[in-house]
Design a binder for this molecule. Structure first.
Ligand code: PA5
Length: 424
């Protein structure tokens, strides 16, 4: 399902030298003795997920698709990035879906909040507030504003149907609020952290509301769980990727550039950045995760990657069968001199751009490249891919002897902000 090509990674050591270390960490993940093992719930979630809740997710999603013009997904970080990455990867950026999905609660920009309010006026609105802690400021600010809008527009009774809360099962401000208000609720399991939560109701409700098949997505995760249950580095591509990251770090590379060649994969890069950045950047350690979208960014960042400071390696995500293709048309006058491409597929041109860039960056720029090939942008492939990144992330970060599942550093800005805001 995922082909990993490291023949362009300019490695100095042999990946198999890491087999012993990988075996040891794999055992600690399986036995739940690894650092942060309270948050390993995602490992078996593809088979252990709550089937009854899953059914309800599909029912609510169906209702949203029937009744809503606009579905507001209110959350930040792990509480929205997964859903958005999935929906954009599978539906593209300008899909003709009946339900327009708008992501709110991920900024404190008054302009953004107000523009969304203006945009949704007169449309049928459903609102899903998603927060594990239940008290995240960005989400809480937006939620109160949109909640009041929904209540004023539809009345309290109807709002109970239109507002859905996804949060902790038993505790937290949002859990309490939702119970008092009588909203429908979905659960974020205790042992699954935000950045691993796209395969729970956090991601599944918005993804299903976007008209996508969450059974197939879970089937992709299940297949990946099977495929990555071995610690054998010759077989487990996720562990190969985990080790390659550490090998390149050892070779002096401190920035990983996640490269995509499709604009509708930009949110996959954002999701990946959160997963790796928040999991790894601790105790003065970690590779900085950044992203570029080619060929667009070859006209901005390309110069630096080719000839600048040699701190990067690239991880390129290639879709073998993009969702659509166009045959480039011929033109009689040929005033733009583009007839040399007439009759060619635009995807073929993109493929040539990738091959040309790979050679330029690796051979001349000496920038190591790892290339990940995935079959397509289907639900199954998405599910498979995210599980690949989950397990690779856990392995890679544990190789640094860092807890991959907490984010203590995120609290520092919050503490300062709360002090300035006068929060008790
Ligand atoms: O990965 C994480 O845990 C974070 O990014 C959280 O998802 C994010 O901070 C939002 O938190 P919450 O769901 O508690 O509102």
């Amino acid at each position: 399902m995922i082909k990993l090509d490291y023949s362009h990674a300019l490695l100095k050591d042999d990946i198999n030298d890491y087999q012993g270390k990988v075996d040891e960490i794999h055992q600690s993940i399986i036995n739940k003795t690894a650092k942060g093992s309270d948050f390993l719930g995602w490992i078996d979630w593809p088979i252990n997920y709550d089937k009854e809740e899953f059914k309800q997710v599909k029912e609510v999603a169906k209702e949203i698709r029937e009744k809503a013009d606009v579905f507001l997904v209110c959350g930040i970080g792990g509480s929205y990035l997964g859903a958005r990455s999935a929906i954009e990867m599978m539906n593209g950026l300008y899909d003709d879906n009946k339900v327009e999905i708008i992501y709110v609660g991920n900024t404190v920009s008054a302009t953004y909040i107000q523009q969304v309010l203006d945009h949704i006026k007169g449309k049928s609105v459903y609102l899903n507030v998603i927060s594990k802690s239940g008290s995240t400021t960005e989400t809480a600010i937006a939620f109160r504003i949109y909640q009041q809008y929904v209540e004023e527009t539809y009345g309290l009774e109807e709002s109970k149907k239109r507002i859905i809360a996804t949060t902790d099962k038993n505790k937290g401000t949002l859990n309490n609020l939702a119970k008092v208000k009588g909203y429908r609720m979905f659960v974020i399991p205790d042992d699954i952290g935000g950045r691993y939560s796209v395969i729970t109701a956090v991601g599944l409700l918005p993804i299903a509301a976007a008209g996508l098949d969450i059974d197939k997505l879970m089937a992709g995760c299940q297949k990946a769980r099977e495929d990555f249950s071995t610690s054998d580095l010759n077989k487990n591509t996720a562990y190969q990727y985990a080790v390659l990251r550490r090998m390149l770090e050892k070779q002096g590379k401190s920035v990983e550039l996640f490269v995509t060649y499709e604009p509708h994969l930009a949110m996959i890069a954002e999701w990946w950045k959160q997963l790796y950045g928040e999991s790894e950047g601790k105790e003065g350690k970690g590779i900085f995760p950044a992203s570029v979208n080619f060929t667009t960014d070859l006209h901005s960042m390309g110069q630096f990657i080719q000839e600048g400071y040699k701190i990067f390696y690239e991880t390129v995500l290639i879709i073998e069968n993009p969702a659509m293709d166009i045959v480039f048309p011929s033109c009689k006058e040929n005033l733009d001199n583009m007839n040399y491409l007439a009759g060619k597929n635009v995807n073929w041109v993109n493929q040539m751009a990738f091959e040309g860039t790979l050679a330029a960056h690796v051979e001349e720029g000496e920038v190591p490249n790892i290339v990940l090939h995935i079959k397509d942008t289907s639900e199954f492939s998405y599910g498979y891919m995210i599980y690949f990144f989950f397990i690779a992330c856990a392995m890679s970060v544990l190789m640094l002897d860092v807890n991959p599942f907490n984010q203590p550093g995120v609290e520092v800005y919050k503490k300062n902000m709360f002090k300035l805001l006068g929060k008790e």
